[in-house]
Ligand binder design. Sequence first.
Ligand SMILES: O=C(O)c1ccccc1NCC(=O)[C@H](O)[C@H](O)COP(=O)(O)O
Length: 268
Amino acid sequence: MTILDKIIAEKRQEVVRREAETSAAQLQKSPLFARPVLSARAALTAAGSSGIIAEFKRRSPSKGVINGTAEAGATTAGYVAAGAACLSVLTDEPFFGGTPADLQAARAANPGTPILRKDFVISEYQITEARALGADFILLIASCLTPAEVVQLSQFAHLLGLEVLLEVHDEAELRSHLTSSVDLVGVNNRNLSTFVTDVDTSARLASLIPDSFVKVAESGLQHASTILALRQAGYQGFLIGETFMKTPDPAAALAGLVAELSTPVSAS
Ligand SMILES: O=C(O)c1ccccc1NCC(=O)[C@H](O)[C@H](O)COP(=O)(O)O
């Protein structure tokens, strides 16, 4: 059993538990359910956008504790002040130490920035919950879902006004799961079964993703030079968590990267 199998098995139980506690109908009465949704596509493709989707990530199965003290509202507000185009907030508790309250805190602190609910979405209930927590887009991971499930869950997300980021790891997943039902395509450089991270994965798959989708490179991104090369390859979004969160000041780490990205490369 891989870590992803374990996460999904746990997630199935969690969804049953959460739905028993709060029904979808109750979630729809939440004040945030009616708020206008912000477009991640628009934020990532706007002129001058940094393209950075800055992630709030306390810990991970591959790295253990990354940051045991950061607070979601303050950290994400710092990210936005430092130039993040979008935010990503992990809400999975058992494996990542995130909570739905982290997403609510990020939403309250950043009313004008699109937020990704970063979780392992396997049901419509979680999408309703994402909307009620204040998210603007959701993640669907190809390796956790059938192609038909991706279409069905994407359609449901769109009904609620949310955009969909489909995550793939290889060419086979791209061929089997990518349809026009999604808005953004993420290439995860981390193999979620083995944890091996290889930033060349994004570079290799770039030309196989039609330009009608916003392309997002995910995981293992650390250097401005890598991001600049991936921009050349067609990527407009860059999902980065650990590089920022492992430092004492995640916002300052992001500000440093943004400064490097905007420094003109000398001709000599
Ligand atoms: O990060 C992990 O160890 C992990 C393990 C199993 C499933 C998912 C995992 N991470 C989720 C992500 O995709 C990353 O949090 C995201 O792309 C940011 O990556 P990074 O910049 O390397 O923190």
